[in-house]
Design a protein around this ligand. Structure first.
Ligand code: SF4
Length: 243
């Protein structure tokens, strides 16, 4: 029976959880100190952010930048223009983003959703219940957890944590997540440990991306990493041979 659990067990569990939460904040502070505050996500408008979140699926940000520049030159980075253009014509503008036919279809699906749900007014979207908006966005074909959370955080300013491949790699190596953790488990780790703060989630994700790009790569540069044991003391990564 749950009530038979000794109070001491609860206290130990709370203490362990408190220590883990503090370590997550310590990781953030070390990254921010090293990289500085990140003005993220790159994009001049919430619509551009949402478009970028779809285009970045399975490709580098450089390719996304090229595709967005092409859309801008063609006068297509507005809701009416994206609604009006056919899927096949849109695909021709997305060639630099890779899998451009798939992305054109996904983008058209997202544009239809934005039109229907808020008419391009992302501030109005942000006033609706988060769970309802997230569920509705996840029902859009081609929008998965990561894309949805990136749009909801960076375009609509909801406090929702974005988990990407860098997050999984870094926090598995740091010992916070198992290598088989699901998206929901990884997201829960951060959202339970940190204050539900949009600006913090925004910057923390950006810091993780920088760490993943510059240090915690497939072949990590642990010697120079701002989270190396010499910097973080108690926060230690697994031995390189375990990675
Ligand atoms: S010390 Fe190495 S494994 Fe740990 S976060 Fe840094 S680069 Fe990644």
């Amino acid at each position: 029976m749950a009530n038979d659990v000794e109070p001491g067990c609860h206290a130990r569990f709370r203490a362990r959880r408190g220590a883990r939460d503090a370590r997550l904040m310590a990781v953030y502070r070390a990254l921010r100190e090293h990289f500085g505050h990140a003005a993220w996500w790159p994009g001049e408008s919430p619509l551009e952010v949402a478009v970028g979140a779809v285009l970045t699926q399975n490709t580098s940000w450089k390719n996304v930048e090229r595709a967005i520049a092409t859309l801008k030159r063609a006068g297509l980075l507005s809701l009416p223009a994206l609604e009006a253009i056919s899927e096949s014509a849109l695909a021709r503008h997305l060639q630099s983003a890779g899998t451009f036919r798939v992305k054109a279809r996904r983008l058209k699906n997202l544009v239809a959703w934005i039109s229907r749900e808020c008419g391009g007014d992302f501030e109005a979207l942000a006033r609706r219940p988060f769970a309802e908006v997230r569920a509705s966005l996840l029902a859009v074909n081609g929008v998965g957890d990561e894309t949805a959370d990136a749009i909801l955080l960076y375009a609509a300013s909801f406090p929702t944590f974005v988990v990407d491949a860098y997050t999984r790699r870094v926090f598995a190596r740091l010992g916070f997540l198992s290598s088989s953790a699901t998206y929901a488990e990884a997201k829960r780790l951060f959202e339970r440990a940190l204050p539900l703060d949009r600006a913090l989630f925004n910057d923390y994700h950006a810091q993780i991306v920088r760490l993943g790009q510059h240090y915690c790569r497939r072949n990590p540069k642990c010697g120079a990493c701002p989270l190396g044991p010499s910097t973080m003391g108690r926060v230690k990564c697994f031995d390189k041979n375990d990675l």
